[in-house]
Design a protein around this ligand. Structure first.
Ligand code: SF4
Length: 418
């Protein structure tokens, strides 16, 4: 599984996939067709996301576009993905590819040759830089030394592994295909293959999870000494087996107070171990922040290829169908939304307040032609007094307390500006 814009972050991850505000709700199709897009100045930067929608089995909490048992479709899928990429060759000629992220699904499930060929074609067709960050998302239960050697040779320079928990009982209840021991083995294998830039995804607020179990997971994760962690609280998505278990009382999720306590535990344990919290759910040693996800949070441009992938190119959002069959049948870019200044303001505020850097007030004024504070002073004062936000050095940031209720703080600031 891998984050594309915002959400496995509903259940946490790479931003462009599920965010309700990043992804248009309506199926209105408007805005210019691709062929009429004019292109930015030479050397504008853009990020690439490749969605690989195959998994060994479906996890109990998963509502991502992932399809188990479709080995027979792998070949056709990659052919379609490569065709889609080829269609962008001319249109990306004046861009530089600053980051690429191969997410899913479980990209490490498919034959490693597909990943290598995807990157070979991408480098051949598109303007990659020498230092493009290339992340591959993977499941610890699917890695082998042979696959890792192929990824490395293909140019992958960052691995993001879905660890989720170091408690075998919880892993089993989540439907994960790997054990806690396999996480350590995967990290060791990856290091041996030459990977240093490794992220582990962790999840808390799991049904039945105790604080003690979460602390042990954090300690086990820190002991592996990787430079980056993503720690997401589980969100029970409608229609998943997990939601059914919660509805019938078989599974009980921790209450808000317990969830906040677990989040605070992550912040303090990871800080003590040298990991800075640079975004609500992301922690890194200095210099190991995920450049790809920073592009999403800073509202840079990105192109998502593959089923369910989302894009933001030249102020237009669009996405591919989540259905594998529809994608294989050739459906592309089903939702197009040309963003208005109000959309941009909402997204800018929502995304910037997720980050430790915060909202750049001077940049806001330059972009939108009026100070952010205009009309918002009473709300800002209220939120400052309540200890939810702070303004320092020209940036508005959420405090630890504010981050726990980020949606509410953003809503108050947005409404105050209307
Ligand atoms: S590994 Fe599990 S959570 Fe991730 S995409 Fe596959 S089924 Fe979903």
């Amino acid at each position: 599984m891998g984050l594309q814009p915002l959400n496995k972050n509903k259940s946490r991850r790479d931003l462009s996939r599920n965010s309700s505000f990043l992804i248009p709700h309506s199926s209105l199709s408007f805005g210019p067709p691709h062929s009429s897009l004019s292109f930015g100045p030479p050397h504008s930067s853009i990020s690439l996301y490749f969605h690989i929608p195959f998994c060994a089995s479906k996890c109990a909490y998963c509502d991502f576009a992932s399809y188990p048992g479709r080995e027979g479709a792998w070949g056709r899928y990659f052919e379609a993905l490569w065709d889609e990429m080829a269609g962008w060759k001319e249109r990306l000629a004046d861009y530089e590819i600053v980051t690429a992220f191969i997410g899913g699904g479980t990209p490490t499930l498919v034959d490693a040759g597909y990943i290598a060929e995807t990157l070979r074609r991408a480098r051949e067709m598109l303007p990659f830089r020498e230092d493009t960050e290339i992340t591959l998302e993977g499941n610890p239960g699917t890695l082998t030394p042979e696959k890792l050697a192929i990824y490395r040779k293909a140019g992958v320079n960052r691995l993001s592994l879905g660890a989720q928990s170091f408690d075998d009982g919880l892993l089993k209840s989540l439907g994960r295909i790997h054990t806690a021991a396999q996480i350590g083995e995967a990290v060791a294998m990856a290091r041996k293959a030459g990977f240093e830039n490794i992220n582990l995804d962790l999840m808390y607020a799991l049904p039945g999870q105790t604080m003690d179990q979460w602390q042990r997971t954090l300690d086990a994760a820190v002991a592996l000494n990787v430079p980056h962690f993503s720690a997401y609280s589980l969100i029970v998505e409608e229609g998943t087996p997990m939601a059914a278990r919660v509805a019938n009382g078989e599974a009980v999720i921790p209450d808000d107070e317990a969830v906040n306590a677990m989040q605070r535990e992550a912040v303090s344990r990871l800080a003590a171990a040298g990991y800075g919290r640079y975004e609500i759910s992301n922690y890194a040693r200095p210099g190991f922040e995920c450049r790809h996800n920073l592009v999403y949070w800073h509202r840079g441009e990105y192109l998502g290829l593959g089923c369910a992938a989302h894009s933001l190119v030249q102020g237009v959002r669009f996405s591919n169908p989540a259905s594998l069959e529809d994608y294989l049948a050739g459906a592309r870019e089903i939702d197009r939304q040309a963003l208005t200044p109000v959309d941009e303001m909402e997204e800018t505020l929502m995304l910037a307040t997720r980050t430790a850097r915060g909202l750049d007030l001077a940049a806001w004024r330059r972009r939108f032609g009026a100070p952010f504070e205009a009309g918002r002073q009473p709300a800002i004062a209220r939120l400052q007094e309540g200890g939810f936000i702070e303004i320092r050095d020209g940036f508005l940031r959420l405090t630890l307390r504010g981050l726990e209720v980020q949606d509410a703080v953003v809503l108050e600031l947005l409404e105050a500006g209307e």
